[in-house]
Design a protein around this ligand. Sequence first.
Ligand code: NAD
Length: 432
Amino acid sequence: MKVGIIGTGYVGLPTGVGLAELGNEVTCIDREPKKIEALKAGKLTLYEDGLEELFHKNVKAGRIRFTTSMKEGVGNADLVIIAVGTPPHPVTKEADMKYIHAAATELAEYLNGYTVIATKSTVPVGTGDDVEALISKKNPFADFDVVSLPEFLREGFAVHDFFHPDRIVVGANTEKARNVIKELYKPFEGKTNMLFVKRRSSETIKYASNAFLAIKIHYINEMADFCEKTGADITEVAKGMGLDTRIGPRFLNPGPGYGGSCFPKDTMAMAYMARQNNVEMTLINAAIEGNLRRKKQMAERILDAVKEIENPKIAVLGLAFKDGTDDCRESPAMEIVGELINNKADVTAYDPKAMGTACFLLGDKINYADDMYSALKGADVLAVLTEWQEFRTLDLKKTAEIMRHKNIVDCRNLLDAEEAKQNGFVYRGIGR
Ligand code: NAD
């Protein structure tokens, strides 16, 4: 199938590479010439585990191309996937639809023969209708259907999730469009759940899922606070809860709050849609407010560990919003570092993949280290903020020798608390 993908970000690029690997002829379109130049030159513009190898393989096989030209990407396509950003509106916090509307308007004039337009971006309920109207207005003779094709990939696991999706949800209002999507996902037939629903249901499924997961994280974080006050251990509590198949073990890891490019913005957008429709959604609002507070609390916890020390040096391990990615958007780690900077703290940070992204955002407000141990040299407290597996390998004996004071605030419960104590550290984890 000939597929055009608009947007080569964390969703568009892995999707394009994955579809090319399945044998489709893919053209990725982005409005940022720098990204397209880099991709054309064989350089990936973001980090995703396993993406590099597949990218080179498919470029070499001629199954994937990159362009800034809408005409080139859309003109011959059977299917056009919209994967542009839907960031929070700066004032109302609803999903800002300017990129979606621009993409729909720009692609309209190049449609050529029957084409399915699939929206992979996370968009408010009713967006399919708007996209349809925009295209028809610009090109009244276009033969097309608009479907909702929400993306559920996890950043850091995008390639894995593309080939092993939990489910594929398709919101299509016509049989013809459903058949095009069925054809696209034929390789997954019998291997995953494929759910065909009304377009508005599909748009809602994405927000309902993300809001639910955010609430689950917020819940376990509050439960961790409770454990700290009562002498219970959240690791044990979460394990006990997770064995109940109705609850399940995932998303029960307490931490510094949820972050990333999806949960914060999608919960706010869902809350906005609820308000617009006069529906009370107390859980989502509680999660949003609690999550904002949590990052401040984590910063206070780190500062508290060094409150007796003059001009304390803080070593931060982890800046990305989660492991496996270089994405720092709405990263709890970055927000905690921001709080530390506001408190005039001297911060040195290390992240295995996100140094470039973080440096672009923070500039010279902090110091950057080349590896874990360089960050720790002379530090008064170590704050673990992202759950990179590499941090688990930290030699705590060596760490104790190179730090000035032995304090650890482990916001991911990644280090061995007992071993830390044996090496003389004052160790503070989450919920235990
Ligand atoms: P991103 O910001 O990484 O990428 C968006 C890309 O679209 C950018 O490269 C931008 O230049 C390009 N773009 C914007 N307008 C364009 C236009 N008119 N023409 C061509 N290119 C254009 O965003 P992302 O993280 O990939 O997210 C995309 C969408 O997918 C969002 O709605 C997001 O909520 C949703 N989503 C993201 C994830 C995730 O893990 N990142 C997961 C599921 C769903």
